[in-house]
Write a protein that binds this ligand. Structure first.
Ligand SMILES: *Cc1c(COP(=O)(O)O)cnc(C)c1O
Length: 358
């Protein structure tokens, strides 16, 4: 007897779905979001522009104004920009046009699970190089793997989710030099590290940079991402996008956020990075907790207590974190994102209770 699911690729059936538990808490630090909502001035200006526009009309076929704004904002050329319905859509489009049977995708783990997941759905082979024991990129090992197996796509998340490590430009140059395939840098958190590899786009035609409005830009609910690469590449990757992938509301909000970034968003980003350093030094003082330095708006920490226990104990105190203990190398770790100063105070007090009581 055949079942309907027999038609599903075996590699897909073997995957565990990428999903998040539906817990709720008033201190929500499980998804690396900006803890403040989008600034009121950005919302009001977006609403004003939307009220003037006919909702009955399709967006422009190519969102030229947005691409130009993103180009100016990102420091790249407009014909080398693609906007997407979240950067996840762009990683999917990039892999759709480059990965199939017999193609190899190199990642370094632990990292964002979506890369391996999409590559697997597309019949690609995923090659994984572990981070080193300091949870940083093992550049020598990555370079060797690139040289020996010449992956079609290499994906590096920098700062890395969930560990917060960054790949240095010189190290990235080594990988780019060794690679004949594409090298993708996911810069979802670059604002918090004060660093970007965009200048390297000028030297390397196989480099692709992914960015998002879901984290520092405080717009995860609007699903906006963008990709920067050589125009020859964006032309090809764009073929896998659906027409009108980005709705008018999100396009408009993105344009406004770019215009008001310096006054409305940059101060929030600065506050978050300050708070990250405060959290790190406060949590380091607790016995049984070893936070890992991070260049993003989150950090992982090794825990003497089971991560699941810490998750439950914090949830009882109305704080929601991420248990990352199922990731490779992170069996004893949990992750939390940096909240508002008040939220961080609550977190520090709660972890103090949990870790000093035992
Ligand atoms: C949050 C995150 C993104 C953002 O994805 P969107 O689809 O833009 O919301 C991308 N990459 C990584 C590694 C992330 O953690």
């Amino acid at each position: 007897m055949s079942k309907p699911t027999d038609t599903i690729k075996p590699a897909v059936r073997a995957l565990r779905a990428y999903a998040l538990t539906p817990h709720r808490a008033s201190v929500k630090i499980n998804q690396n979001e900006n803890p403040w909502g989008a600034p009121v001035r950005i919302k009001e200006e977006t609403e004003r522009r939307l009220a003037e526009r006919k909702w009955s009309r399709y967006p422009d076929f190519i969102p030229v104004a947005l691409h130009e704004a993103l180009a100016g904002f990102g420091g790249w050329k407009a014909d080398g920009v693609l906007a997407g319905n979240g950067s996840n859509e762009l990683i999917q489009a990039l892999l759709m046009v480059s990965v199939g049977k017999g193609k190899r995708v190199l990642i370094s783990e632990p990292t964002f699970t979506l890369y391996g997941q999409i590559a697997t759905v597309l019949d690609g082979e995923v090659i994984s190089v572990p981070l080193n024991f300091n949870l940083e990129y093992d550049v020598e090992s990555l370079r060797e793997t690139i040289t020996n197996s010449q992956p079609d796509v290499t994906i590096i998340c920098s700062p890395n989710n969930p560990t917060g490590c960054v790949i240095a430009d010189d190290d990235l140059r080594k990988l780019l030099g060794a690679a004949s395939g594409l090298v993708v840098i996911d810069e979802a958190y670059h604002e918090f590290s004060d660093h970007s590899v965009v200048p390297l786009l000028n030297e390397h035609a196989n480099l692709v940079v992914l960015r998002t409005f879901s984290k520092a830009m405080a717009m995860a609910g609007l699903r906006i991402g963008y990709l920067l690469a050589a125009p020859e590449l964006t032309r090809e990757i764009g073929k896998a996008l659906l027409p009108y992938n980005l709705n008018v509301i999100s396009q408009t909000a993105a344009e406004v956020a770019i215009e008001l970034y310096e006054t409305e968003l940059r101060p929030l980003v600065q506050k978050i990075t300050q708070e990250r350093e405060r959290l790190f030094s406060e949590l380091k003082k607790l016995g049984g907790l070893a936070p890992v330095r991070s260049r993003a708006n989150f950090m992982v920490m090794r825990s003497r207590l089971k991560p699941r226990t810490v998750f439950d104990e914090l949830l009882e105190r109305d704080i929601l974190i991420r248990d990352v203990s199922s990731y490779p190398m992170l069996g004893d770790y949990f992750r939390l994102s940096v909240g508002t100063p008040e939220e961080n105070d609550k977190l520090i007090a709660a972890l103090g209770e949990i870790f000093n009581e035992r």
